[in-house]
Write a protein that binds this ligand. Structure first.
Ligand SMILES: N[C@@H](CCC(=O)N[C@@H](CS)C(=O)NCC(=O)O)C(=O)O
Length: 206
C-alpha cells in the first residue's frame, strides 16, 4: 500500500491521478496546508522540504520502505514501478522526460508565482505580475506549439508528462492565463479531464 500525503492543489492532484492511471492501490492522507501541517516534525520526517505531495511506499525497492518527495520524482518512480505512463519508444520516452522537467522547472513555478502575485499577496506588485504572468503565457505557448503537432506531450502516447502539466494547465486562470487563446492546450485539457482515472482521482480529492 502506498500512502499519499497531499492536498487539493495543482501539485497535489498529480500523484492520485498517476496512481489511478497505473491501477496502484493507495491511501490518501490530507495535509492541511492552511494549518501549516506541512511544517510539522512528523511530516518533515517524510519530506524535509515541507511541501506536498509526498509518498511512503511500504513495499518500495527490494521490499524496503521508501519515502519520496517532489512530484516529478514520485511520478517517475510510480511509472517505473507499475510499468506504465512512460512510452516504450526511446525517443518518445526522452520527450516525456523533457516535458516533465519543463513542468517541474518552469510551468509550476511560473504559474505558481503568477497566481500568488495576482491573488494572494497582501501587497500587489505590477512588475512581478507582468514577469510571472508573462512567463506563464509564454510557456503555455510552448505547450500549444507541441500539442498542435502531436496529440500528447511525449508524442503519440499519454504519459507522466501530460499528468504533470495537465495538473497546472487545468487551473491556468489561476496564473492569469485564459485557455481560449490556446485551443490545442484547451482541447488537451478537456480530453484529459474526461479520462475515468482522472475523474476518480479528482473525486477522491474532494
Ligand atoms: N516542486 C514541488 C512543488 C510542491 C509545492 O510547492 N507544493 C505546494 C502545494 S501546490 C505546497 O506544499 N505548499 C505549502 C507551502 O507553501 O507551505 C513538487 O512538484 O512536488
Amino acid at each position: 500500500m502506498i500512502e499519499v500525503y497531499t492536498a487539493n492543489t495543482p501539485n497535489g492532484i498529480k500523484v492520485p491521478i498517476a496512481l489511478e492511471e497505473l491501477g496502484l492501490e493507495y491511501r490518501l492522507i490530507t495535509v492541511n496546508l492552511a494549518a501549516g501541517e506541512q511544517n510539522r516534525p512528523a511530516f518533515i520526517a517524510i519530506n524535509p522540504n515541507g511541501r506536498i505531495p509526498a509518498i511512503v511506499d511500504h513495499q518500495g525497492p527490494d521490499g524496503q520502505r521508501l519515502s519520496l518527495f517532489e512530484s516529478g520524482a514520485i511520478l517517475l518512480y510510480l511509472a517505473e514501478k507499475a510499468g506504465g505512463l512512460l512510452p516504450r519508444d526511446p525517443l518518445e520516452r526522452q520527450r516525456a522526460m523533457e516535458y516533465l522537467f519543463l513542468q517541474v522547472a518552469s510551468v509550476g513555478p511560473m504559474f505558481g508565482q503568477a497566481g500568488w502575485f495576482l491573488r494572494s499577496t497582501p501587497m500587489p506588485c505590477a512588475v512581478a505580475i507582468e514577469r510571472f504572468r508573462g512567463e506563464a503565457l509564454r510557456l503555455t505557448g510552448v505547450l500549444e506549439a507541441r500539442l498542435r503537432q502531436q496529440p500528447w506531450l511525449a508524442g503519440s502516447e499519454y504519459s507522466v508528462a501530460d499528468v504533470m502539466n495537465f495538473s497546472w494547465l487545468r487551473m491556468a486562470h489561476y496564473g492569469g492565463v485564459e485557455l481560449a487563446r490556446f485551443p490545442a492546450v484547451a482541447a488537451w485539457v478537456a480530453t484529459i479531464s474526461e479520462r475515468p482515472a482522472v475523474q476518480r482521482a479528482l473525486a477522491r480529492m474532494q
